[in-house]
Design a protein around this ligand. Structure first.
Ligand SMILES: Cc1cc2nc3c(=O)[nH]c(=O)nc-3n(C[C@H](O)[C@H](O)[C@H](O)COP(=O)(O)OP(=O)(O)OC[C@H]3O[C@@H](n4cnc5c(N)ncnc54)[C@H](O)[C@@H]3O)c2cc1C
Length: 478
């Protein structure tokens, strides 16, 4: 099957019937019609429709090396710098359709699969599992499968000296192994879009490698028996795009994943009790590097959405003459341009990795993944500071359809804008910086690539500091 369209996605997700728990009940009805999921599934369908529009095919897809079908661009392993550029442009096009507000557009996990699929040798090991990851990648590419993922253990006790009781697993671990496969029991965090993607990919959880029962990776259908997704509260207040321009469309949902002696057949496992492969998974496959490269296109788009919104607030309520307003918007421009520079720098310094892939330079990308978690809350703050009470004086579309319309038209107009358009803008601002959706987005971006503290330590450990030290030594000597 070539790259799919939105109708095909909805048909598949509608037929999934995963075990999803929402607000104390198992979802048994049509997931496509459920208020918490309708918006995100429709938004994803829009992405798939976009990729197969005739004019978009050359950028959004490429020719499969095995079937000759047009398949999604994000599955394409880059073998030259131009391929990286095409990947960036395609990611940018999808990001524009969501304003960068959906972190798990399908190209995120497609990119992960591409990186894994191109590094089968890393998973070969004694168990000869390399073929499984190649099969997974090829199946995903040819069928345009969608994935959610989990690599975090329940936040019970993060002290280094903490060990769980083996008899009562909390963090999902292997509890049994047979000739046919492995059985998993316990929980994992935090699968965004869990249960509403074709498959769930489970990756080794950092910090748990000390016991080999935790060292595994696999992908299984979301509808697998004895697999449960527990949702948080939904941030879709109602379906009106006027009232909730972001939440009604891009609320992705996050889930706790519970395995209850879940069976995973061997052909689905691509890493098992192989400590070396687990340690190399994120580095040697360039998994994180490719993911940040994809994500940066989205985060730049999202930053531009904030910049554009700040400028629109300024024009709408006539605050453009004040220096501090310009200074704040300049700060946003610096953020956008810095992120763009880091992304392009990673491509300019891209290198072949020894397995035939051209990989962007990890340093600028890691820097971006550390800078954005700081930029983003500041962008939110700037909108709050510029919008002030405007972010709160936001009647709903029902108010505008009621008898008080003439009051609203008079009292809520902007400098040069009708009241309804002014409120439309400020409802967006509210959904970007104050609603529950906005709060979730901020914590999402803070932890998008994991804990920034540990990423900083990784950057410090890996960065070649010698040239800078030599510079100092030579200066002192001369
Ligand atoms: C909205 C949202 C969506 C998410 N979606 C996904 C998803 O789709 N898939 C997925 O796998 N994950 C997802 N995550 C989880 C995300 O990857 C984690 O939040 C992130 O890796 C941090 O882990 P944690 O939340 O367990 O924090 P913890 O590790 O519990 O950290 C809590 C605090 O303790 C500190 N700390 C803990 N341990 C150490 C240590 N060893 N050294 C130094 N400091 C330490 C941290 O710095 C932090 O301040 C999502 C998270 C959010 C918020």
């Amino acid at each position: 099957m070539p790259a799919i369209n939105g109708t095909q996605l909805k048909e598949r997700i509608g037929n999934l019937k995963s075990n999803i728990w929402f607000d104390g009940q198992k979802i048994t009805g049509d997931i496509l019609a459920h208020h918490a999921f309708k918006g995100v599934i429709n938004s994803k369908a829009r992405l798939y429709d976009f990729q197969v529009e005739v004019g978009n095919l050359p950028l959004m897809t490429y020719k499969s090396p095995t079937t000759g079908n047009r398949v999604g661009r994000s599955f394409h392993p880059p073998v030259k710098k131009e391929d990286l550029e095409l990947r960036r442009l395609a990611a940018g096009e999808w990001a524009k359709l969501t304003g960068g507000m959906m972190g798990r557009t399908p190209d995120y996990m497609n990119t992960a699969l591409m990186a894994l699929g191109a590094s089968a040798h890393v998973f070969e090991g004694e168990n000869k599992l390399g073929r499984n990851v190649t099969n997974l990648y090829e199946k995903a590419r040819e069928n345009d499968l969608t994935f959610s993922h989990t690599y975090v253990t329940p936040q019970v006790n993060r002290t280094l000296a903490y060990f769980e009781d083996k008899e009562k697993p909390i963090s999902a671990r292997v509890v049994r192994e047979t000739a046919d496969g492995i059985f998993i029991k316990g929980a994992r965090l935090l699968a965004t879009q869990g249960g509403i993607t074709d498959e769930l990919m489970v990756l080794p959880a950092g910090g748990k490698f000390i016991e080999e029962d935790y060292v595994y990776a696999f992908s299984i259908p979301s509808s697998t028996e004895n697999l449960k997704f527990v949702c948080r509260e939904s941030f879709v207040y109602n379906e009106s795009h006027f009232d909730h321009p972001l939440g009604s469309r891009f609320e992705e949902m996050d889930t706790i994943v519970i395995f209850n002696n879940t069976f995973v057949p061997w052909e689905r496992v691509f890493l098992y009790k192989d400590l070396k492969a687990a340690m190399n998974l994120f580095n040697e496959t360039n998994f994180n590097t490719f993911l940040v490269h994809q994500t940066l296109s989205r985060q730049i788009t999202k930053s531009r959405l904030f910049l554009g919104t700040a400028q629109l607030i300024t024009e709408t309520i006539g605050i453009g003459e004040y220096q501090h307003v310009k200074e704040k918007i300049s700060e946003m421009i610096c953020g956008v341009e810095m992120m763009k520079g880091l992304l392009l720098s990673s491509e300019m310094q891209a290198r072949e990795n020894g397995s035939g892939l051209v990989v962007p330079d990890a340093n600028p990308l890691t820097v971006a993944s550390l800078i954005f978690p700081k930029l983003y809350p500041r962008f939110v703050e700037i909108l709050q500071l510029l919008g002030a009470s405007g972010t709160i004086t936001i009647p709903t579309s029902n108010d505008f359809d009621s008898d008080i319309r003439s009051d609203l038209d008079l009292y809520l107009q902007g400098a040069d804008t009708e009241a309804k358009e002014r409120v439309r803008l400020f409802r967006l601002v509210w959904d970007m910086c104050s609603s529950a959706f906005a709060g979730r987005e901020t914590i999402y971006e803070r932890f998008f690539f994991g804990d920034p503290v540990r990423i900083s330590v990784g950057l410090y450990n890996q960065y070649d500091k010698k040239p800078a030290v030599d510079l100092v030594k030579n200066l002192l000597k001369s």
